[in-house]
Design a protein around this ligand. Structure first.
Ligand code: UDP
Length: 328
């Protein structure tokens, strides 16, 4: 089966491509390389350099490669940035997904996997958060994913689309070959590891006055390889059962920013100086997933649920790739 992966040169996309190739799928990566890296594209995947704002290029790609399914990762993904620049998210993320879905519809391609987010849930009534929780996005980023999920609802209802919306909590960690390298970096774990590598002086903690045991935000970190596995299971299920689904993906265990830093200190043996600064916009106190539904329906079981293992894998990758994908 052939799968088109938008954003397949990015962090999560590159690991999903690696797993798809290992599971014998044919993979076409569609990426404008604005955030992704050529070196992050698996050598067995075809790379099409293209932009989702251009329906003609999407159309030509679908015409040429005839994928049976699409996995969509290419988007802006930063909560803080989305608060500062809402239209990158509310217009571009949404338009780009609309272009992709419309072209898929024109080509009769109906299987779609959306990289969605825990930021759909700003004020959950119950923690851990289940798929039954009301959607109240926490930022323009979360809102953009909620809007795309709504597009999918209508395409499922009237146009035969079958989709999986996978709502990631905090993707982290690395495989041996592929890891996290954003420019500029703004995610907690890679930043903490950059301090350990001596590339930064200290880590800034965004607020310690949240309603959590140590005052810093609590998140559910999930290994990127476990996320990737969930995508393959979801695709198999769409094809086999023909039924759309939405799943939350996390380990069900929350760690505070301070706990992440402390764990990284142990793993790297570095002091990792930290300083508390002002809150970042759009961050809820606690986000922890209940992933019972995907465990039960698709038999998904995380292989690396422990924070230590997750940070250890990221540390290994950072040491092996001290300049990220540059010069590789
Ligand atoms: N965070 C922080 N300092 C940083 C980067 C992130 O304190 O330099 C916090 C952030 O406020 C959030 C958590 O770490 O509570 C995880 O943030 P990240 O950007 O890694 O992922 P997100 O939760 O935004 O998907």
């Amino acid at each position: 089966m052939k799968v088109l992966v938008t954003g397949g040169a990015g962090y999560i996309g590159s690991v999903v491509v690696e797993k798809l190739v290992a599971a014998n799928y044919d993979v076409v990566v569609f990426d404008n390389l604005s955030q992704g890296h050529r070196a992050a594209v698996h050598p067995k995947a075809v790379l099409v350099e293209g932009d989702l704002s251009d329906p003609e290029v999407i159309d030509e790609t679908l015409e040429k490669y005839e994928p049976a399914a699409v996995m969509h990762f290419a988007s802006y993904t930063l909560v803080g940035e989305s608060v500062e620049k809402p239209f990158l998210y509310l217009r571009e993320n949404v338009n780009n997904a609309g272009n992709l879905l419309e072209c898929m519809m024109n080509h009769g391609i109906h299987y779609f996997i959306l990289s969605s987010t825990a930021n759909l849930f700003d004020e959950p009534e119950k923690m851990p958060i289940s798929e039954r929780e009301k959607i109240v996005p926490g930022s323009p980023y979360g809102e953009s994913k909620a809007m795309i999920e709504r597009m999918l609802y209508w395409l499922d209802r009237y146009h035969g689309f079958r989709y999986a919306a996978l709502r990631y909590f905090n993707a982290a960690g690395a495989t041996e070959s592929y890891g996290e390298a954003h420019h500029p970096e703004c995610h907690l774990i890679p930043l903490v590891l950059q301090v350990a590598q001596g590339k930064r002086e200290k880590i800034k903690i965004f607020g310690d006055d949240y309603n959590t045991p140590d005052g810093t935000c609590v998140r559910d970190y999930i290994h990127v390889a476990d996320l990737a596995q969930a995508h393959i299971l979801a695709l198999e299920s769409l094809v086999k059962k023909g039924k759309s689904c939405k799943y939350n993906l996390g380990n069900g265990q929350g760690y505070s920013v301070k706990q992440v830093i402390e764990t990284a200190r142990k793993i790297t043996g570095h002091a990792i100086p930290a300083e508390v600064v002002a809150r970042r916009g759009g961050d809820p106190d606690v986000l922890v997933a209940c992933s019972d539904a995907i465990r039960k329906d698709l038999n998904w079981k995380p292989e690396f649920p422990e924070l230590e293992k997750i940070i250890e894998s990221a540390w290994k990758w950072h040491q092996a790739h001290p300049s990220g994908y540059q010069n590789s």
